[in-house]
Design a protein around this ligand. Sequence first.
Ligand code: COA
Length: 432
Amino acid sequence: MMKEKVCVPDIGEASDVEVIEILVKQGDQVSRDDSLVVLESDKASMEIPSPVEGVVESIEVKVGDKVDAGDTILVMLTEIKELPQEIEHSEEVASSIDIVSEARQHRPETVTQQEAVLQEQSRENLDRDPTAKSKVHAGPSVRKQAREYGVDLSRVTGSGNFGRVIKEDVVAYVKNRLSQQVSDAVGAGIPAMPEVDFSKFGEVEVVSRSRIQQASARNLHRSWLNIPLVTQFDQADITGLESFRKEQNIRLAEQGIKMTPLVFFIRAVVSGLQTYPQFNASLHPDGEHIIHKKYINIGIAVETEDGLVVPVIRDADKKGLIALAGESANLARQAREKSLNIDALQGATFTISSLGGIGGTSFTPLVNAPEVAILGVSRARIEAVYDGEDFKPRTILPLALSYDHRAIDGAEAARFTDHLARVLSDTRLMLL
Ligand code: COA
């Protein structure tokens, strides 16, 4: 055995290069080309490989030391036979470091296709190898930089000596991920809205939103993003319906019952769902099936001071107008009094949003997923309608059917609203 000094090889023009990491300790058995220390200059970090095989006798530098070519890094105990090769190899190492650093200086900004494939492959290998993370070679300053950027170093392809990750690699990785995010935003990704400080323009007050408002915001956003939505508009002549309803209400008033137009909308929708069951369905999550429901539960959008609530009238097809009048009024009252239990809010197969009591000519409701359609009703108005001979005053109700185009075709939607219009125009059809 003989003692052999391992010195800093020729490191080009760099001088006073900092030792940023020591990768071995006294007594370590080291093979030829094993990394010993990491040096970092202003321009690059470099790993110094062992020119010989042997045992580390002593380490002559510490982290933070500044070294130049020729300075002793450590002393190795080596077999005598290794000596001639060692000297030769030491020169090889020096020149290889020069080549690497020169290659790095001339490294093109863009990654070639082959490099990209290799990077992808090495990323895949890292994904497969659970121990890969601990094998990442990078100096402390690079690790610190990665921590600051939130970068998982095991995902960064090192371009340094022996695959060592250097600062430039971390920067390139971050740039690459950011540009991917930008291109994602063009497709499915949603670019974030900028945060605006409105107080710059005048006085503001920040008010908490109720839990109902927050929950419906999440549901509506999810529906908006997931459902390819189309709205079919139509009109119903409810002149006859309105005179029938008013007549009945005079009689029913004694019993404390009032039929609003909503009750008739429910009956018309039930008739529509019985005729076109594809509207009383949900898409199966596998995308290959549709789930037809054999029950008809109608959700009613109710405005409350805390936000929108949708209680459900179960088995609406089995209930008459008077029963529906009582139940819808009860559910709306309970929703406003916040006394609904959770069961009353679940299991709707189709929803009606009736804004006619408030106003408006038309609107496009959002489907209450996982249902596939929703009926929006606006305010009925008396219009002059030509009957072939004359213009007559008729009460015209605007209808808007929004539907999930993955489940419903446009022609089906047109048939459905046409069916609703006919049933609402002739209340006798509700009995069928
Ligand atoms: N056209 C003309 N008038 C209408 C009408 C229409 N489409 N719908 C209701 N009206 C009238 C009613 O006849 C009633 O008038 P009257 O008192 O003279 O008889 C008046 O408007 C009020 O009716 P309303 O209280 O709305 O009862 P309703 O049974 O029709 O509706 C709710 C009940 C729960 C649907 C309703 O109160 C509600 O909350 N609507 C808002 C739903 C909502 O926010 N949807 C948005 C979802 S995105």
